[in-house]
Design a protein around this ligand. Structure first.
Ligand code: FMN
Length: 184
C-alpha cells in the first residue's frame, strides 16, 4: 500500500475479528524499530502478549483504569461505564503489543514515534489498530503482571487485528486552522 494511503486508512478500531498473523506482526514490530529516537538510542522494549489469560487481565486493568479504579460493585456514571466497557471489549481477537521506554527526560517521545510507525505499518497490512493508555495504579499492575524491570514506563498497549467494523468518517479541524506563518 502506498504510504499516503496508509496514512489515510489508519483509524482506531475498538473491536476485532482476528489477530495479525506472525508475519504481519513481525513486519509491524520491525517498522517500530525504524522510528527516530534521542541520539539513536532506541531504548524501546516491546512485549508481545499472546497468552489469552494475560490479555484478559490487561483488558480488566484498562477497564478499571477507565473507571478511575473504582471496584466493580461501585457504580460510576453510565457514560463512563460504557466507555470503560468499550475499552475492555477492544482487547479480544487482536494481537497485543505493549511498548515500554525508560522513564527519562525524553518523556516517552521516541516510544510514541515507534507506536505511530507500527500503527501505519498495521494500516498498510489492511489491519486496524487501537492505542490503550494505562496509567497510575493500572500501569503498576501491568508492570507486575509482565515482570517489567524497574525504571521502564509503559508508553501504551496497542491492539492490532482485522477490524470488526469500518469506522465512520472522522471529523477534522478545517484545513489551515492549525497553520501559522512566521509567528503563532
Ligand atoms: C496519546 C493517545 C492516547 C490514546 N489513548 C487511547 C485509549 O486509551 N483508548 C482508546 O480507545 N483510544 C486511545 N487513543 C486513540 C484516540 O482516541 C484516537 O486516535 C482519536 O480518537 C482519533 O481517531 P483515529 O485514531 O481513528 O484517527 C489515544 C490516542 C493517543 C494519541
Amino acid at each position: 500500500m502506498d504510504f499516503c494511503e496508509a496514512i489515510e486508512k489508519r483509524r482506531s478500531v475498538r473491536k476485532f475479528l482476528s489477530p495479525a498473523s506472525q508475519e504481519q506482526l513481525n513486519r509491524i514490530l520491525n517498522a517500530g524499530t525504524k522510528a527516530p529516537s534521542e541520539m539513536n538510542t532506541q531504548q524501546w522494549e516491546f512485549v508481545v502478549v499472546d497468552d489469552p489469560e494475560l490479555i484478559e487481565k490487561i483488558s480488566e486493568i484498562k477497564y478499571m483504569v477507565n473507571r478511575d479504579m473504582k471496584p466493580r460493585w461501585e457504580d460510576v456514571p453510565p457514560e463512563k461505564e460504557k466507555i470503560a466497557q468499550m475499552q475492555k471489549d477492544s482487547f479480544p481477537n487482536a494481537s497485543l503489543v505493549l511498548v515500554f521506554y525508560p522513564r527519562n527526560r525524553f518523556n516517552k517521545a521516541a516510544g510514541w514515534a515507534c507506536i505511530q510507525n507500527m500503527l501505519l505499518a498495521a494500516a498498510s497490512e489492511g489491519l486496524g489498530s487501537r492505542i490503550a493508555t494505562i496509567w497510575g495504579r493500572g500501569e503498576k499492575e501491568v508492570a507486575r503482571l509482565l515482570k517489567v524491570p524497574k525504571g521502564f514506563e509503559l508508553v501504551a498497549a496497542i491492539s492490532i487485528g482485522m477490524p470488526a467494523y469500518t469506522p465512520g468518517p472522522k471529523p477534522l479541524r478545517p484545513v489551515g486552522t492549525w497553520l501559522h506563518r512566521n509567528v503563532f
